[in-house]
Design a protein around this ligand. Structure first.
Ligand SMILES: C[C@@]1(CC(=O)O)C2=NC(=C\c3[nH]c(c(CCC(=O)O)c3CC(=O)O)Cc3[nH]c(c(CC(=O)O)c3CCC(=O)O)/C=C3\N/C(=C\2)[C@@H](CCC(=O)O)[C@]3(C)CC(=O)O)/[C@H]1CCC(=O)O
Ligand SMILES: NC(=O)c1ccc[n+]([C@@H]2O[C@H](COP(=O)([O-])OP(=O)(O)OC[C@H]3O[C@@H](n4cnc5c(N)ncnc54)[C@H](O)[C@@H]3O)[C@@H](O)[C@H]2O)c1
Length: 296
């Protein structure tokens, strides 16, 4: 690992092609603040969509006849009335798309699904049809959430069950400290930007180099110990003097090795934990604008 941003590829004289060209999805962390998501259907898949959207700051409208509602969908609608507006009816037509930013269909009627996708295309609204991958503008994936940490495994439509299994393997490899560590790093970076403001330029480069050095030097668990006064101390003794103090020097406990990680710290992917959308780190979000399948 180098301290500064990687430069080796840019500096080479011969062209080194990117690792992957075409056939994949754009992996991004889509911010849905102040957006409205329309969910058509109320079955089990719709309930999973609702849980995914609940993790964001978007509002939801759910359309589904009462008799088709899955118990989980009922419970979610009942528990989050400020987030979800439910209408006991089927999708009626183009007027449903008024002021909608994103559409998810999860119905047991492929022709209706196709019709809704077509209306979304006309209205230029991104749409996911749970039953017809070829018509999706983007796919969902198997998710790990731990505070601001968001990881999503996508097989680009090839093998959803494998997404689930691979996600579980990745989850088992995490220490459980990541979410809390990222929150603390977010606080530190905010304080650092207040102390040394400015976008880009010399100051931006200096901030990036110092943050990179700090992240490379400390263990994940070290960051979880930071409190407000330790952050100030770290900026005084570290940033101001262009060095990286140890966590012990700031009054923290010495680093314990991963074997001491308690199981109570494990990430909780299925729970809806409060998380800060702006602090997305280590994120892989599959946003399949392209309809191509993976041929590798
Ligand atoms: C990851 C996950 C996220 C989520 O849904 O939130 C997800 N599917 C999950 C589970 C799952 N889905 C299915 C099974 C049965 C076993 C199997 O088929 O493998 C299982 C396994 C299970 O339930 O454990 C059946 C299935 N899925 C799709 C179709 C339609 C089709 O393929 O034609 C059919 C019916 C196929 C048929 O009729 O035969 C389509 C899609 N499912 C996707 C996502 C997108 C691609 C994801 C990727 O690229 O990896 C995509 C393309 C569209 C989309 O949904 O956006 C979630 C795991 C969440 C978790 O465990 O954490
Ligand atoms: N993407 C995935 O991961 C995935 C996984 C399993 C199944 N599927 C597919 O997704 C679809 C939904 O699966 P499910 O298990 O939730 O099915 P489901 O039968 O439990 O639910 C379908 C829901 O759609 C409602 N509905 C039907 N027509 C409607 C309309 N015009 N307007 C509003 N609501 C309407 C029904 O009342 C019902 O609530 C199925 O086609 C299934 O094959 C996708």
């Amino acid at each position: 690992m180098t301290d500064g941003p990687p430069t080796d590829r840019k500096d080479r004289k011969t062209f080194v092609p990117p690792a992957s060209v075409g056939g994949g999805s754009l992996m991004i962390a889509w911010q849905l603040k102040n957006k409205t998501v329309l969910i058509v259907g109320g079955g089990e898949v719709a309930s999973q969509r609702i849980e995914s959207i609940l993790g964001t700051d978007a509002r939801m409208i759910v359309l589904c006849p009462q008799k088709g509602l899955h118990q989980r969908t009922k419970d979610l609608v009942e528990h989050y009335p400020e987030r979800i507006t439910y209408y006991d009816r089927r999708f009626t037509g183009p007027a449903e798309l008024h002021k909608i930013d994103l559409v998810l269909t999860a119905v047991d009627d492929p022709q209706r699904s196709r019709d809704i996708v077509e209306l979304c295309r006309q209205a230029k609204i991104p749409v996911n049809a749970a039953d017809i991958p070829d018509l999706c503008d983007f796919f969902f994936g198997s998710q790990i959430r731990d505070g601001p940490l968001q990881v999503i495994v996508s097989t680009n439509g090839n093998g959803p069950r494998l997404s689930n299994l691979i996600r579980k393997k990745l989850e088992a490899g995490l220490s459980g400290y990541e979410g809390e560590a990222i929150k603390k790093i977010g606080q530190l970076r905010a304080q650092l930007k207040e102390r040394a403001p400015g976008i880009g330029g010399v100051i931006g480069r200096k901030r990036m180099q110092w943050m990179t050095k700090l992240c490379n030097s400390w263990e994940m668990v070290d960051f979880t110990q930071l409190n407000d006064s330790m952050i100030q101390n770290l900026l005084d003794e570290g940033w101001e003097k262009d060095r990286v103090p140890t966590i012990e020097a700031l009054g923290g406990k010495p680093t314990s090795m991963p074997s001491t990680v308690s199981s109570t710290h494990s990430a909780t992917p299925s729970s809806i934990v409060p998380w800060t959308v702006g602090l997305v780190t280590g994120v892989v979000v599959s946003f399949a604008y392209m309809k191509y399948r993976w041929h590798a």
